[in-house]
Write a protein that binds this ligand. Structure first.
Ligand SMILES: [Zn+2]
Ligand SMILES: [Zn+2]
Length: 250
């Protein structure tokens, strides 16, 4: 875990943007080169950034490893004062199935997405109901935590990725979680050394869920990270999101 102590002050968390995609992620803009990202992070006054490209399946590992090697080389040659972690947005795509299961990989930051349900091969709920997807989420995260496999859960519990598939509003899955269930899963993650992400995209799609996660997590003392899930340069500066986030949370 990069941060080990719970920080609940958004301005303080905003020194770290721990979810940035480079142009190695197909969905990110070509402008997301290492050099452009670092320069933008410097101008924004960020202390630490994490480069987290998508890695959906173990088959993607060889390319991912090559890309990380290249990014590390650039990082080691760079004299930037920004601390740069070369990590990945790994995938927990089924119950007891996740990218690095049984694989030793020297990586600096393991951000895990569990809810990219729109991706081919991702495990689906037993039924097409929010309740079934909630139960699936619990099982998937439980196994990830049991193996202490993740540093942070990306856009946790958010149902945005089911919107198109199911025709549900973005908050349908979030509304299905009771406070005690949120507390239980947050605690389980925390006890396995895993942080929870306050994700810029997720708080615009389901602000109430993010508010509940933040308030319940703060009460329990869990660790949060901030990530803008930047796919373009203008989304790297965390300050462009903090006002909106504070309006939701405080
Ligand atoms: Zn994601
Ligand atoms: Zn992402």
């Amino acid at each position: 875990m990069f941060l080990t102590q719970g920080i609940y002050d958004i301005d303080e968390l905003a020194h770290y943007n721990l979810h940035i995609h480079t142009c190695f992620s197909g969905c990110a803009k070509d402008e997301m080169t290492f050099e452009n990202i670092v320069k933008t992070a410097e101008n924004a006054g960020l202390e630490t950034i994490a480069l987290c490209d998508h890695i959906y399946r173990p088959d993607d590992l060889p390319d991912f490893i090559e890309n990380c090697k290249m990014l590390r080389m650039k990082r080691d040659e760079s004299d930037s004062r920004v601390k740069i972690l070369i990590g990945g947005e790994f995938s927990c795509y089924g119950t007891d199935q996740y990218t690095l299961k049984g694989i030793e990989l020297d990586t600096e930051y393991r951000l895990y997405a569990q809810n990219h349900f729109h991706v081919t091969g991702w495990q689906q709920g037993e039924e097409k109901t929010p309740e079934a997807y909630k139960e699936l989420t619990k099982k998937m995260l439980h196994n990830l935590f049991k193996d202490r496999a993740a540093d942070t859960v990306a856009h946790p519990l958010n149902g945005t990725y089911l919107r198109k598939m199911m025709g549900w509003d973005a908050d349908v899955l979030g509304n299905c979680w009771r406070d005690d269930e949120i507390a239980e899963i947050l605690k389980e993650g925390y006890e396995s050394g895993c942080a929870w992400e306050l994700n810029a995209a997720a708080f615009s799609s389901d602000p109430m869920l993010v508010k509940r996660i933040y308030n319940i997590g703060k009460e329990l003392g869990v660790v949060f990270t901030l990530g803008t899930d930047a796919h373009r340069l203008e989304s790297i500066d965390t300050k462009s999101f903090t006002d909106a986030l504070k309006r939701i949370l405080y």
